[in-house]
Design a binder for this molecule. Structure first.
Ligand code: HEM
Length: 218
């Protein structure tokens, strides 16, 4: 064990900076914490070092942030109780693995002239009609951009991220960035660019594994 208390270095990133924020913990020779705060709009290259005690720290400065409000503080979106990442994980392990987190598929299956029957192999369709959860169907269901665009409401919302089609109807309230941004940029469209802009480090397929409907048909 070191004799010295912990010194904290926090890099604060601004909107549009793609790098994942980091915290470096290092031993401090003084009896106070040291925090490196950068509020520079340019990519972080330098900062000023302050000696502070914990009560001097602005309470809403946190690690892992990518969206910073004017003034350099993190703008957090408040999620409803029961809508944490762990709650989402439980939901996916329950309803998700049973294929119950996907909305709006019935209307495609009910219409024999729908794209779904034109662009998919018979063996894929058989599994879908038998009720196999869509994320488990092999080869995956192929979905056209036109089909995705038909699902653009809060009650039935599909989107494309990195060539895969996801149903995010049930995810809105769990999204750490809030539901509004998803409704505005992620309803019935390809949201890959926005997704990368805000959090290139997030693994969409991990978070939305059981909400995956299939692959975008090019
Ligand atoms: C639909 C797929 C998406 C998934 C699975 C997803 C997932 C996540 C996750 C896990 C976080 C927390 C990241 C972290 O704390 O490191 C997050 C935050 C966020 N997301 Fe998304 N996201 C999605 C789409 C989007 C899109 C399309 C946008 C923008 C148009 C967006 C904007 C944001 C913002 C602004 C935050 C807050 C970042 C912060 O707190 O600093 N997300 N998202």
């Amino acid at each position: 064990m070191s004799d010295h208390p912990i010194k904290r270095r926090i890099s604060i990133q601004r909107e549009g900076d793609f790098r994942k924020p980091r915290i470096v913990l290092a031993p401090s020779p003084n009896n106070v914490g040291e925090i490196l705060i950068t509020k520079n709009p340019k990519p972080i290259t330098s900062g000023r070092t302050l000696s502070v005690t914990s009560k001097d720290l602005p309470c809403d400065v946190q690690a892992g942030c990518s969206t910073i409000a004017p003034g350099g503080y993190r703008k957090k979106v408040a999620l409803k109780p029961g809508r944490s990442a762990l709650d989402w994980s439980s939901l996916t392990m329950g309803d998700g693995v049973k294929g119950k987190l996907i909305t709006g598929m019935e209307k495609h299956l009910a219409n024999k002239d729908d794209d779904i029957y034109k662009i998919n192999h018979q063996s894929t369709l058989v599994q879908v009609l038998k009720g196999v959860p869509l994320f488990m169907v092999k080869p995956p269901l192929r979905i056209s951009e036109k089909m995705v665009a038909e699902h653009n409401t809060v009650d039935d919302c599909w989107c494309i991220i990195k060539g895969k089609v996801y149903c995010i109807t049930n995810y809105f309230e769990y999204h750490p960035g809030g539901d509004k941004i998803l409704k505005n940029f992620c309803s019935g469209v390809d949201a890959t660019e926005q997704f990368y802009k805000y959090h290139a480090w997030v693994n969409a397929n991990r978070v939305l594994r059981t909400c995956c409907i299939g692959e975008l048909a090019k």
